[in-house]
Ligand binder design. Structure first.
Ligand code: FMN
Length: 206
């Protein structure tokens, strides 16, 4: 069972990054093989809407997306973490997500299978942290993740959203959030037969 963790915060010791690492530790404790990627260390440029993928399902832009793409397709579990920026995912996250238009093309235009072996359940989980208490803060990321996981042929397993945390690393003081991240990581790794229509919602509004 491969679990891929994608961290999109540009900050060292970022809050969303710390939750992601906790979730990956949980997945590992449940026997999964965890891999961690930090988008800020990679060179991925935005989708140019060139349209090449509509004919082939392949993205022709040669950059680190070509390294991340097979990892996303091979993982049976994905944990995607982002800070909330202007009520949505951060730019690093959105750039990667937009590049997955080639997967949307494969799936919906070309009607090709994305992943081998077919039939194995794939599941994704989203983590986000914002500074304010705004109750609408996670609306946008919820929708974006729904369509991103769908393009990846993944069910939407869970959300872990935490508000009122700003200073880098401060999330480590939030024991409940750290424990929930670990627990959800274990549950994600061990979620065989999970109803793909059901998303576990953990929203810690402080
Ligand atoms: C460019 C930028 C935009 C932000 N926009 C929001 C926002 O819309 N709502 C909010 O609650 N916090 C916002 N924040 C605060 C971050 O979400 C907060 O610091 C969070 O803890 C960052 O997560 P990270 O440590 O994982 O990067 C913003 C921060 C930056 C730098």
């Amino acid at each position: 069972m491969k679990v891929l963790g994608i961290s999109s915060s540009p900050r060292d010791n970022g809050n969303s990054d710390l939750l992601l690492r906790q979730a990956l530790a949980g997945a590992s404790s449940a026997g999964a093989e965890a891999e961690y990627l930090r988008l800020n260390k990679l060179n991925i440029s935005p989708c140019t809407a060139c349209g090449a993928c509509y004919a082939t399902g392949m993205c022709i832009t040669e950059d680190d997306f070509q390294i991340v793409l097979p990892k996303m397709l091979q993982a049976r579990r994905l944990i995607f973490a982002s800070p909330i920026y202007f009520m949505s995912v951060c730019a690093q996250a959105k750039i990667l997500i937009d590049r997955c238009q080639c997967l949307w093309a494969r799936k919906y235009l070309l009607k090709r299978a994305l992943c081998l072996p077919e039939g194995e359940q794939r599941l994704g989980m989203a983590i986000a942290v914002g500074a304010t208490k705004n109750t609408k803060m996670f609306d946008s990321i919820r929708l974006t993740m729904k369509y991103y996981f769908d393009a990846l042929d993944m069910g939407y397993f869970a959300n872990l959203f935490v508000s009122s945390v700003d200073e880098a690393g401060k999330i480590a003081d939030n024991q409940k959030a750290m424990e929930d991240a670990f627990r959800l990581g274990t549950e994600l790794a061990d979620a065989e037969g999970h109803d793909p229509k059901e998303t576990i919602e953990v929203e810690l509004i402080g």
